[in-house]
Design a protein around this ligand. Structure first.
Ligand code: ADP
Length: 354
């Protein structure tokens, strides 16, 4: 109704007309209160015309005021809209500000939630590490304690005494290995380990590792297949001490996880990858790794369950492959594994040519 002020004027006029009419009649009566209304000559025509005039004038005034009010309001809106550029740019500026603020809040929330999930992950890793470590330490500690208590109680047979002492000593060695592996891993993970790269012969390094493992290789009746020219130098550029550990860990695993029956082999190959790197492959036909465990063998303390139960005598820290991965990756290369349960495994890594 406010958009049609003439209607308002009409209503005011229609309502006000009779009110004014009766008001004038009442005023006339008040002037001559002692006379009955019938004896007065009432000027009906004048009263009617005058009331129409007053009602119309009031209505027109109301309409005029209403129009002015609406006009002033509309003028403001019109001015804003007609100045399109200013209107648009102010809208854009507002939207930009809101957008900016929204983006800032979103990125803050995302950053904080990423930090939170990282902290949660570190906490899980820390908890898992402590659980694994205590598990790995518990077995040798309890074994040593058992042997020592039995010896304290008194064992008469000197052969059994010696056997118990040997077993206790083997468990101490296991703990020492665990501590050493953890030390290496801790230094690698904290980036405190600086690589001392130099040029050296890869074939010599592999031969040295095979020499170190020769007793165990012979014990297990494993045939070593050298798929490389032992005369070729295969010069590489890496940290020889650290890479010794990589080669030794892989060869020792291939021996450790052999099936212990006739026909066991260990194949070592050096392939020229053609991109200024060599690929070293260490293959065995041992117990293999269950499919579901393959992706996890490089994790700290991870030991594939089935190979552990199948070969109960095998001892390990579950840190060897984690160390291998760290060292190879610290050199800017990668290590891979292909394995089939009960058929064998093939570990491979790349190394830079000199
Ligand atoms: P561990 O000290 O137990 O040998 P590693 O980190 O060297 O620890 O190896 C992790 C796990 O990966 C082993 O427990 C074993 O289950 C599996 N594994 C590693 N090498 C071989 C292999 N050549 N053949 C079969 N399983 C292997």
């Amino acid at each position: 109704m406010l958009d049609r002020p003439e209607r308002i004027a009409f209503f005011i006029g229609a309502l006000l007309g009779p009110v004014v009419w009766f008001a004038m009649l009442a005023a006339l009566q008040l002037n001559e209160p002692q006379l009955p209304l019938a004896s007065i000559e009432v000027p009906y025509l004048e009263i009617t015309l005058l009331s129409i005039l007053i009602a119309s004038a009031t209505a027109f005034l109301a309409e005029y005021l209403m129009r002015r009010f609406l006009y002033s309001r509309l003028l403001k809106i019109y001015k804003t809209i007609s100045n399109q550029n200013q209107f648009q740019s102010s809208l854009l500026a507002d939207a930009e500000e809101i957008g900016k603020a929204e983006m800032e809040v979103t990125s803050y929330v995302m950053k904080k939630s990423a930090e939170l999930s990282n902290l949660r992950m570190y906490d899980d890793v820390r908890r898992e590490f402590i659980a694994n470590l205590s598990h790995e330490l518990r077995t040798p500690i309890f074994s040593i304690q058992g042997y020592l208590l039995t010896l304290i109680d008194g064992v008469k047979d000197p052969k059994i005494r010696k056997d118990y002492l040997k077993k206790a000593s083997r468990n101490v060695e296991r703990m020492i290995r665990l501590v050493q592996d953890m030390d290496v891993l801790a230094r690698l993970e904290s980036d405190r380990l600086v690589l001392q790269k130099e040029e050296y012969s890869l074939t010599e390094q592999i031969e040295d590792a095979l020499e170190q493992m020769s007793d165990r290789i012979a014990q297990q009746g494993i045939t070593v297949v050298r798929d490389f020219d032992p005369e070729a130098d295969c010069a590489v550029f890496a940290d020889p001490e650290r890479m010794d550990q990589v080669v030794l860990n892989l060869i020792s695993n291939a021996v450790k996880y052999s099936r212990g029956e006739a026909g066991g082999f260990l194949r070592i190959a050096i392939e020229d990858s053609g991109d200024r790197t060599f690929t070293v492959l260490v293959e065995d036909n041992g117990v293999g790794i269950p499919k579901e465990d393959i992706g996890r063998v490089f994790e700290r303390f991870f030991r594939a369950d089935r190979s552990r139960t199948q070969t109960k005598k095998i001892t390990g820290t579950g840190l060897g492959l984690a160390i291998v991965k760290h060292i190879v990756e610290a050199h800017g290369h990668s290590v891979k594994v292909i394995s089939t349960l009960n058929e064998g495994s093939e570990f491979s890594f790349t190394i830079a040519k000199a």
